[in-house]
Design a protein around this ligand. Structure first.
Ligand SMILES: [Zn+2]
Ligand SMILES: [Zn+2]
Length: 565
């Protein structure tokens, strides 16, 4: 349990000097395995394990659990496949946990088979079912997880927590609030873990009004816990309210790594690069970790602060893969492709090539509309990463966008079609959501499913007219396909999900005092320009969070990102 230096010394000495009589005792040896695994001494644990002649299920369990604790879940599965004993509930839980940790093809196969074949008498066990729920959620199979939950009669806080965490993981954070309703109906008292998950859901959705509503209901003694305060800072940052984040930040007495990092990230996301750098410099050196470095470099990148980024980057002593990637992203955004390539080359001297680094480069090249360079990078990516299917699809779309932007629609279309067919993956659909009248409403592109759809499209027509009156030019370079007969440039671009969400806000009476939208992908250049003008024409503040950052469109027609997007 202690696992500290003193414990390690005493424990190992005791094991070493143990009388031979005890070396046949399963219970003693099993707890020795448990202890050694806790110390991270896997070799010794394995030695003890192999010395046991008649291994029972508990011995196997100790060993498998130890591997998980040491993040060696593959070994847990190796060992599991050697067991020829009757499994107990603990084994099921351990194997499900190992499969969750890995969530790769092998883990999915083993985990699902084990669950399907699990005898009925284990299907009443909350602990087993909760870990199965967690596993299925990690596999991205939310519906199967929901079926498991339905089986359970006495759901407890931990079960609900696993379910909510799963929704957050699988991009359905709004479902957490349905679970919360169910918990309220069943008079289950929420602990700080559940509140933290709910606050996490608010962060993912990113709506100021909804977050405020939820936060009001968190009991004060829970609100004052540091872990909760930290996640509230993060939440406000992600909602685009730096002021609220700062207020909470200032109320924290003993700020830790997470407190500082959440605040730095909040500044960065909202285009306040100087504040992010200032706080990073104030933060005690020993508290900074990898995430902090990444957040501050991102902040520099979003604000276009190249020199600050380089200064910070150069003095980071241990440059991890992610830190190098952020720096490459920063250079690519500023169109410093040679410099970015240099960092990649340097990195590849000691490491195998990293897919994300190339994506950053390609994305910068796309914004620079550099046709030849992007083709070169894309082809290199295809030869370096033949198996990165989903990622290459994003690359394909970027490159097709480049072709379109220089007017080569047919080329773009053919390329997109052929490449995606070859990669056999689905394109991620663009979604926007907004919070209106206490409800989250979601739109996809060209969505007609909303009951007020005809009003939404009528409002879009009005907006288009107003934009054109203000000399707005729709930017056809953001259209990725050739127009069909019934389409116009305006009709394609106005169907983007964020424009639908804006129109939906504008048909509300009374009008909201500001509009807030979250989008799962990057906002396109045309929507960005149009939104600036809509904010100005209609005199309403619009906050849009995209996959990358938060844009504050002001009534004067400016965006906080100053076009660094
Ligand atoms: Zn758009
Ligand atoms: Zn912007």
């Amino acid at each position: 349990q202690l696992g500290n230096d003193r414990a390690m010394k005493i424990g190992k000495k005791l094991l070493h000097e143990m009388h031979d009589n005890y070396r046949n005792d399963n219970v003693v040896l099993t707890s020795a395995i448990h202890m050694l695994m806790r110390f991270g001494d896997i070799q010794s644990a394995e030695r003890v394990f192999h010395s046991i002649k008649e291994k029972n299920i508990i011995t196997y369990g100790a060993m498998m659990k130890g591997y998980i604790e040491n993040e060696m879940s593959e070994k847990t599965l190796d060992l599991f496949e050697q067991i020829h004993l009757k499994l107990d509930t603990v084994t099921y839980t351990i194997v499900f946990n190992a499969c969750s940790q890995l969530a790769n093809d092998r883990a999915k196969k083993i985990g699902k088979k084990l669950f399907d074949e699990m005898p009925d008498n284990y299907r009443n066990d909350n602990v087993v079912l909760t870990s199965a729920t967690h596993m299925l959620m990690k596999f991205g199979e939310a519906e199967s997880a929901e079926r498991v939950i339905k089986l359970m009669r006495n759901k407890d806080v931990i079960t609900y927590g696993a379910l909510m965490n799963g929704y957050n993981m699988n991009g359905e954070p709004w479902k957490c609030f349905e679970v919360w309703e169910e918990m309220k109906q069943r008079d289950i008292v929420l602990n700080e873990i559940i509140w933290t998950i709910l606050i996490g859901a608010c962060s993912k959705i990113g709506m100021i009004r909804q977050s405020q509503y939820i936060l009001h209901q968190v009991p004060l003694h829970i609100q004052n816990q540091k872990q909760v305060q930290n996640s509230v800072i993060h939440m406000w940052g992600k909602c685009g309210s730096v002021e609220k984040a700062r207020n909470v930040y200032e109320s924290v007495d003993d700020r830790d790594t997470v407190t500082y990092t959440a605040m730095i990230n909040g500044f960065g996301l909202n285009g306040m690069g100087s504040e992010a750098i200032k706080l990073y410099r104030e933060m005690p050196n020993n508290l900074r970790n990898e995430v902090t470095h990444i957040c501050v470099l991102n902040a520099c990148s979003h604000s276009g602060f190249l020199h600050e980024a380089q200064n910070i980057y150069n003095v980071i002593s241990f440059k991890t893969e992610k830190i190098v990637t952020v720096m490459i992203d920063c250079l690519s955004r500023l169109f410093l492709f040679d410099e970015a390539q240099k960092l990649i080359d340097e990195y590849e001297k000691k490491n195998s090539p990293n897919f994300v680094m190339y994506m950053c480069l390609l994305s910068g090249v796309r914004n620079n509309r550099n046709n030849n360079l992007s083709k070169k990078i894309y082809n290199r990516m295809k030869s370096l990463f033949p198996d990165a299917k989903q990622g290459l699809v994003s690359g394909t779309i970027l490159l097709a966008n480049i072709y379109s932007s220089v007017g080569e629609h047919q080329l773009a279309k053919n390329f997109r079609y052929n490449q995606i067919k070859e990669l056999r993956s689905k394109v991620k659909m663009g979604l926007s959501w907004t919070y209106v009248n206490g409800e989250i409403v979601q739109f996809k592109a060209h969505d007609h499913s909303h009951p007020r759809s005809s009003e939404i499209y009528a409002e879009l027509d009005r907006l288009t007219g107003e934009l054109i009156e203000h000399d707005y030019k729709f930017d056809s370079s953001w259209i990725t396909h050739q127009l069909r007969e019934e389409e116009t440039i305006e009709s394609v671009l106005c169907g983007h999900s964020e424009k639908l969400a804006i129109a939906y806000n504008l048909i509300q009476r009374p009008l909201p005092d500001f509009i807030q939208i979250t989008k799962n992908l990057r906002v396109c250049g045309d929507c960005h320009e149009a939104t600036k003008l809509i904010a100005k024409i209609r005199q309403i503040d619009i906050i849009v969070r995209d996959a990358n950052r938060i844009h504050h469109f002001h009534k004067n027609g400016q965006c906080s990102c100053q076009n660094h997007y």
